[in-house]
Design a protein around this ligand. Structure first.
Ligand code: FVH
Length: 303
């Protein structure tokens, strides 16, 4: 089961003048949409914008963007249309009534949503690419920004350079839902990690340790955990979970300390209790002596 992504980590560079750049339309000028439009302008792309609240376009217009009077005008203005709205329902409501205007153009949806929503959107848009932005607005246009795409491969190749103005790009192939699936999986990694840090900060706070004193240790530990992720990924793909570092039952014994420490310190025990209960379910299913990676069977609903 492999699906090797095609990644370019550096932002595109170019030496041409503005008129040589592909014209782009950006629909949706919230925090992220304004950053996207600004990055295209900075790279010299003729940029047309539209937003439900036109006042949000003022700064971009002062920098050279053209404010389209209507959604239909915005769609007609460029061969590449990038949409970044609050949610999928807003995209459907804003774009679908004008979908005939998309004929012959590339539609790139950078609005967050589920894989299923992305696949459904691909049925009524032509030349569809779906993307996920794994960055905050202030990094857009810089090499540290990274964006994930999936959809029609030739269409991605045609616009790769233009899309690379936004940050490093990775293409996952023809399933339009795959970028969104990566997006939610990666957000889960972020929330899980942040919840663990916040729980730890609350725990250490009861001993008057500042979160800023805890942070360097948390960061160092997270970088060690990246090594576990790579080793466990290999076990998951092999479907075999030898306890090369520690057995799940060893983890469980230590998890109980985290629950007891939390209770004794008077802080919420929900997070560590959930960690413990997941391990207990895997152990009940026969994984006491296997590695931590065997917990994946609980998430798969097999344990
Ligand atoms: N901001 C971020 O850091 C994250 C990074 C990861 C990806 N997300 C996703 O990007 C989408 C937009 O996020 P945003 O931060 O730009 O959001 P807002 O600043 O709230 O702007 C929302 C824009 O959507 C327009 N809008 C909302 N509903 C409608 C509608 N029914 N019809 C037309 N437009 C609509 C809104 O217009 P207005 O309120 O200014 O008139 C804004 O342009 C989002 O999917 C994130 O998950 C960003």
């Amino acid at each position: 089961m492999t699906n090797t992504p095609d990644t370019a980590t550096a932002t595109a560079t170019g030496t041409g003048t503005g008129t040589e750049r592909e014209p782009v339309t950006v629909i949706g000028l919230g925090l992220m949409g304004r950053a996207l439009a600004a990055a295209f302008l900075d790279a010299g792309h003729p940029t047309t914008v539209w937003n439900r609240t036109p006042a949000k376009a003022e700064e971009l217009v002062a920098r050279g963007a053209v404010l389209a009077p209507s959604v239909a005008d915005a769609l007609r203005a460029a061969p590449l249309v990038v949409v970044c709205l609050g949610d999928t329902a807003a995209v459907r409501e804003t774009i679908r009534p004008h979908r005939a205007e998309l004929d012959g153009r590339t539609f790139v949806n950078l609005t967050s949503g589920t894989a299923q929503e992305a696949r459904e959107m691909a049925t009524w848009t032509t030349a569809h690419l779906d993307g996920a932005i794994m960055s905050i607005p202030e990094t857009i246009g810089r090499p540290e920004a990274f964006l994930l795409f999936s959809g029609v491969p030739e269409v991605f190749e045609r616009h790769r350079d233009t899309l690379s103005r936004l940050g490093g790009v990775t293409f996952f192939g023809a399933d339009p839902g795959l970028a969104s699936l990566y997006d939610v999986a990666l957000l889960g990694v972020m929330w899980g990690t942040l919840n663990a840090f916040l729980h730890g900060a609350a725990l250490l706070g009861t001993a008057k340790v500042d979160a800023s004193a805890f942070a360097p240790f948390a960061n160092r530990w997270v970088s060690s955990v990246t090594g576990f992720i790579s080793a466990y990924a290999e076990q998951i793909d092999r479907g075999a979970y030898p306890a090369e570092d520690a057995a799940l039952e060893t983890h469980l014994a230590t998890m109980k300390y985290l629950v007891r420490e939390s209770a004794a310190a008077g802080i919420d025990t929900d997070w560590p209790a959930r960690i413990q209960s997941l391990a207990e379910r895997a152990i009940d299913a026969g994984h006491a002596g296997t590695s931590y990676a065997s917990l994946v069977e609980v998430f798969r609903g097999r344990a």
